[in-house]
Write a protein that binds this ligand. Sequence first.
Ligand SMILES: [Zn+2]
Ligand SMILES: [Zn+2]
Length: 396
Amino acid sequence: MSLTILEQAHALAPELQILRRKLHAMPEFGLQLPKTLEVILEQITGLGEISLGKSITSAVLLIKGDTEGPTVLLRADMDALAVIEDTNLEYAATNGFMHACGHDLHMAMGVGAAKILASRKSELKGDVIILFQPGEEGHHGADVMIEEDALMVSGSKPIRAYGLHVFSSYPLGMMGSRAGALMASAGDLLVTVSGSGGHGSMPWLSKDPISVLNEIMSAIPTMITKRFNAFDPVIVNIGWVRAGDPATTNVIPESASFGATVRVFSAENADKLKNYTQELVSSIAKGFGLTASVEFTRATKVLLNDAAAIKSVEKVTAELFGPGRYLNLPTPIAGGEDFASILAEVPGAFVFMGACPPGIDHTQAATNHSNKAVFDDAVLGDGAALLATLAIDALS
Ligand SMILES: [Zn+2]
Ligand SMILES: [Zn+2]
């Protein structure tokens, strides 16, 4: 008797748990993850054709179905954060990095889906490519993979793309997503005011950048309230300010600057925010006889889910897990995610999966990116089954 995909995934779960814990104990940071890639390659060798990244440690596994057809893309991100783990888990990392965003689980789920799909080539009416991607956490790894043609390894551009993300503070096994914007465009804003330095006893002989920077910092929230639709939110949060030297109070410095994280949920607001901020900052600086520069660094795109792909997610989660496990989320979240770049190329969906360990109140649980975040690997079987089933469904 042949197993269902869910039974097959749950049979794989113990080995996926071992894999996940091994990966958890050896986190790597950024775009170069040589040891992590080695472990993934050990797992996927023999399951299909493997293409490696040119400038980064990425891999694409191509599983060809017995029947010719279009291509579907699945993605697992691989990188950890520069966080010192404080979880007391027996497999906790000790090298100054931590899989605090659960990407170790994503890799194990990706490997699980690969094993399931490789054993079901006769059911595949087309090809599946599984992207193992480094550098999700602000390093734009998805964009590098796109530039290196990872989307094209089957010879045709995928018709669908799916990815999952686990959350340590969402109820175990609950899944959620929504059509349209699911996650924000996240980027940085850097403002520098340039004046001229001098003696603090005679400010009229200098051009004090600190007071101008202060005016700008106060004006930005007002600009957001007065110039943007409150129902299409804009978040600008200043994370650092630099000016002067704490060793002295009687010197006016030459320049002052701040950096902020910026979150928007539409391309329209991303453009508006750039223009309005430029206008506001240079006008305020000019009003005091100073100059200022505004820099928006490369941001992730708004993560937009395709409506038809979300319908497939609703159907597949109900078929696999029964009713009540999938929730259509009422609002997006303000986090950023570079899978948005893949979804800008290929229609698809990103799905959240709760992984709060039992016995912990999820509303009190340490969130993703915390050095105390704990993810329950009981979700690995369900995650692998969901990815594999979404791929098969998209090809049928
Ligand atoms: Zn993260
Ligand atoms: Zn993440």
